[in-house]
Design a protein around this ligand. Structure first.
Ligand code: AHR
Length: 323
């Protein structure tokens, strides 16, 4: 076969692929490889986040190397090191806690592998260690929860409201920021007092266990529960019911995420409001990873747009919920 004849055949094969809409063969376009280290599977939110990332990668023809850290920072560090050794194109991760990332991120930088943060922030001295951070504004979520409570408290201006708080994982960005935003807002009303605050590690089981302890210690003095996520609120609701009280009535329940389980609890009258935190970050992550590899400039911070859903709108909104 002459060189000319081979070239003509190859061109014809490519044209045929283009006509049927097939992607270019391996020798023409190497698929993008992303190494993703996930926090774990601690909540309904996290499951939806994992599904979003896996589905988006599949849809975009991205090779995703996915590692579940089971809520342990050392597992995330190991996964990142393994992605560096495998020379992936982009490393993405949702850091379980904020601090302790400098060394491993310097290793990624030295290997010239860009790092994208999703969902949670890191606290590093050199912000050039990551290219961008895609996720919610957790301080604002805490403020939104606080504002909802301020408005409710305005209806009974003389009443003192005792609040118990279920915090997220100790040292994690959402736990730190949601506490801060909430305190900032409720601090403007001296009738609102946080009487107990403890971590429930973002899980239903721990949320229930800690709420049981709060109820044992404070009993009927508790007027409001502020949970840093829906799963802990759902666990706590069970504890409230087992204590013979009515969640949503005897104790006002406020939480964050907006998962389907929270909407079901609102429809059942057991949860009063959920502040949205979207886990559907997959499509954005794929786009950003492509842009970074193509050398396009990307914003340092990409903030997710979110709302607040009080119980009054739950039934109407439920059919629209995607997670
Ligand atoms: O980082 C986001 C938080 O992590 C979600 O609010 C919580 O449900 C999850 O586990």
């Amino acid at each position: 076969m002459t060189i000319h004849r081979r070239t003509v055949l190859a061109a014809a094969a490519l044209a045929a692929l283009a006509t049927v809409g097939a992607s270019l063969p391996a020798f023409a376009a190497k698929p993008l490889v992303i190494g993703f280290s996930q926090v774990g599977a601690e909540s309904e939110w996290r499951t939806a986040n994992t599904v979003s990332i896996k589905e988006a990668a599949k849809k975009d023809g991205v090779t995703l190397k996915f590692a579940d850290a089971q809520q342990k920072q050392e597992n995330q560090v190991k996964a990142i090191r393994s992605f560096i050794a495998q020379k992936v194109d982009v490393i993405a991760f949702s850091p379980v806690v904020e601090s302790g990332w400098d060394t491993v991120l310097r290793e990624a930088k030295a290997a010239k592998i860009p790092v994208v943060l999703t969902d949670r922030a890191v606290n590093v001295s050199d912000t050039s260690l990551y290219v961008t951070f895609i996720g919610s504004d957790f301080v604002e979520e805490g403020r939104r929860a606080g504002k909802w409570l301020l408005e409710r408290a305005a209806k009974t201006p003389d009443a003192t409201l005792n609040i118990v708080e279920l915090q997220g994982t100790v040292g994690s960005a959402p736990a730190i920021d949601r506490k801060k935003g909430f305190e900032e807002v409720i601090g403007t009303n001296s009738k609102l007092r946080v009487i107990r605050s403890q971590t429930g590690d973002f899980t239903r089981a721990k949320g229930k266990e800690v709420m049981e302890a709060f109820l044992k210690a404070e009993g009927k003095k508790i007027n409001v529960l502020y949970a840093h996520n829906d799963d802990m609120a759902i666990g706590a609701i069970q504890a409230i019911e087992e204590a013979g009280l009515k969640p949503g009535t005897d104790i006002v329940v406020i939480s964050i995420d907006g998962v389907k389980g929270a909407f079901e609890a609102m429809i059942a009258g057991k949860l009063n409001v959920t502040v949205e935190c979207s886990p559907l970050l997959g499509p954005q992550l794929m786009q950003i990873a492509r842009d970074v590899v193509a050398g396009k400039p990307v914003p340092k911070r990409i903030t997710t747009v979110e709302g607040v859903f009080p119980a009054e709108v739950a039934a109407k909104e439920f059919p629209n919920r995607k997670y």
